[in-house]
Design a protein around this ligand. Sequence first.
Ligand code: ADP
Ligand code: SF4
Ligand code: MG
Length: 346
Amino acid sequence: MSVTDKRAPGVRINDLSVVYRTGAGELPAVRGVDLELVPGTITGVVGESGSGKSTLALSLLNAVQPPGRIRSGSVDIDGLGDVVILGGDDLRKTRGRHVGYVFQAAQNSLNPLKTIGKQLLDLGRSHDVDDLPGLVKEARSLLDRMGLDGARVLDSYQHELSGGMRQRVGIMLALVLNAHVVVLDEPTTALDMITQATILRIIREVHEERGLTTLVITHDLGVVAEIADRLAVMYGGRLVEQGPTREVLGEPKHPYTRGLLQAIPRLVGDIDEARALPGRPPTLSTIPPDGCVFRERCAVRMDVCETGEPPVLTIGPRVVACHTAAGEGEQKETVTTGPTRGEEQA
Ligand SMILES: Nc1ncnc2c1ncn2[C@@H]1O[C@H](COP(=O)(O)OP(=O)(O)O)[C@@H](O)[C@H]1O
Ligand code: SF4
Ligand SMILES: [Mg+2]
């Protein structure tokens, strides 16, 4: 395992749609998502609860579980190919070794009957790591960096650790196999502000030291503002805006991104200026099947927003899906929804 090994792979998510089977049939939680993770960068995905972020994260490892399934699209990772069509042993090896991940609620997924150290060794063995003492040393050092007593944590059982400690154990497990693509789903939600800042700094440091390609998923715009080079904003299963973080936050083009930003109380300035977005995000059964997914809550909606999808416009390094941006950029050619998998529609 070489820590100096710099081979940041690129990841291209293409026209990805993921559905869950419900009483009302299969409904999409992720719809027609195109997203590129540029090698060596941190991409942040932000959106309210239920917007499809965790489903997108699971798709990167082809780990969507029934009643969900990837309906169409591809996730192409350099050196691995399309993970959507990987299966069996290839897929198992990918998880952890090539794509390190902390899933949301990872802190509850530890085995209560084994110490963290024992679980670490299991992980190493299942990925054919030869140098197990080296793996333990690396784990200890990562935990120490995150402000924990690494040796003690490795000797502990899950119930002996606080939620915040378990979260850091999850991050350690995502990084310890030295994967070059790392997916962190809500990595700092159980942490207080100070610990959160420390953890974000360490994620950034490790990302740079190792030359990783990293995806950070969060409902907290503050987290992505802190850490992400590029930002993708998700709403009702759609990516509505993406681009360099500074540009997206500095000059948001989509009404939803503007709404998210306006809802953050500023430290300086008038706290009354923070305005929560009216209404609630849609659930699977209330996502409108036609028209702009955000229109129910959009202050500037027009007649044209009621039907058809808003155009997906490329404006320099940015992509915006909204009629208000029409004329500003070039419209992406409409892609037909790619090959459909397991066509047993409910
Ligand atoms: N196992 C499941 N069965 C049915 N619906 C699900 C399941 N998991 C997630 N969903 C639904 O899919 C949508 C997206 O969920 P999720 O990806 O967890 O969003 P986020 O991570 O942004 O909160 C939500 O409406 C959620 O209720
Ligand atoms: S497409 Fe229409 S409804 Fe949707 S965000 Fe833009 S203006 Fe609002
Ligand atoms: Mg989630």
